[in-house]
Design a protein around this ligand. Structure first.
Ligand code: MG
Length: 335
């Protein structure tokens, strides 16, 4: 087969096999800077690849999910979280005959804007930067502006829309984007339970009884129940989501995790130190702006110093931020 036909064949397959509710790639609103089409890949697959090959994606490996710069090899990082979200989202999209390629691209990119030290870092920058700081907006900024030395990844409208609207408070324009929002929550609730038990912050017996009865008594069982219930509740509807009773229990689970894990004083103790690191780095670079790499400095005139310093810090991994803090503020002993 001639290679130039392969993309067209994939586009045709979407028309034949996907639901009428699916976002077909041929109907994309496209990219800000149009590109010649790829002979093999559809535009959404190509976006997935652009995200996979960018530097921000590789840095997810060393960014905190919940447990700060964890030493144990089995804790989730932002990268493994992203992969779990992606697979949960793909299963739901595939089951509902929605566009799996679009879903995958959104999921792979959704957390690219996360700061070091998870939500602690986000919270600090939000308080320091005029105009605020939110990780979903930053994810969009990474793909639109910061990647490729400031040229951006030039992604399609639907992928960008799904990335910026992945939080519970958002609402993506496509069902594929809304699937990623649910997959994100399913992934983190379940893996945070697993990691919290691993860390000794939580015992399995402490999980709320009604949630265990509703979703199941093991990690795999619970993820499976959540995915299956979304799929069966969302067939033939113009919306995706849990049935009402499950939605209630899911919120109970989430509230429980906030009380027991996310706001746990043991976790908070280290979090305060992490926040201090981010704050000191921010003030340092705010007054030593010329220390920033040129790919960040180019946005000073258009976006202002605060934003550019926040960009630089948000891009750091946990380890990099700690090393940089030590370099700047911890005196060296004589070798
Ligand atoms: Mg996420």
């Amino acid at each position: 087969m001639e290679t130039r036909c392969i993309r067209i064949m994939r586009e045709e397959l979407e028309r034949q096999t996907l639901s009428s509710r699916a976002m077909l790639v041929v109907n994309t609103k496209g990219r800000e800077r149009p590109l010649p089409l790829c002979p093999l890949r559809t535009e959404f697959v190509r976006d997935r690849d652009r995200i996979l090959h960018c530097k921000s994606f590789r840095r997810l490996k060393h960014k905190t999910q919940v447990f700060l710069a964890p030493q144990g090899d089995h804790y989730r990082t932002r990268l493994t979280h992203t992969l779990e979200v992606t697979q949960i989202a793909r299963t739901i999209a595939r089951s509902l005959l929605l566009n799996e390629d679009l879903t995958e691209a959104i999921a792979m990119g959704h957390d690219l804007g996360h700061t070091p030290f998870g939500h602690a870092g986000e919270h600090v920058l939000n308080g320091l930067v005029a105009g605020g700081f939110e990780h979903n907006l930053q994810s969009l900024r990474v793909v639109d502006r910061l990647e490729y030395e400031g040229k951006g990844l030039n992604l399609t409208f639907e992928v960008r829309d799904g990335i910026v609207n992945h939080k519970k408070s958002g609402r993506a324009a496509t069902l594929e984007g809304r699937i990623v929002s649910f997959a994100d929550r399913i992934a983190y609730i379940n893996h945070d339970i697993d990691d919290a038990i691993r860390a000794g912050v939580l015992r399995e017996e402490e999980l709320p009884k009604s949630c265990v009865e509703c979703f199941g008594d093991s990690h795999g069982h619970r993820i499976n129940t959540m995915i299956t219930s979304i799929v069966s509740n969302s067939a033939d509807k113009d919306e995706v989501g849990f049935p009402e009773d499950m939605s209630r229990e899911f919120d109970v689970f989430r509230d429980f995790m906030f009380q027991k894990v996310y706001l746990n004083p043991a976790a908070k103790r280290e979090e305060n130190k992490a926040m201090r690191v981010i704050e000191e780095l921010f003030h340092y670079y705010r007054t030593h702006i010329d220390d920033l790499p040129p790919e960040f400095l180019q946005f000073i005139e258009s976006d202002g110093k605060d934003r550019v310093v926040a960009d630089y810090i948000a891009c750091m991994t946990d380890n990099y931020a700690i090393r940089d803090y030590e370099r700047l503020f911890v005196p060296l002993s004589w070798g």
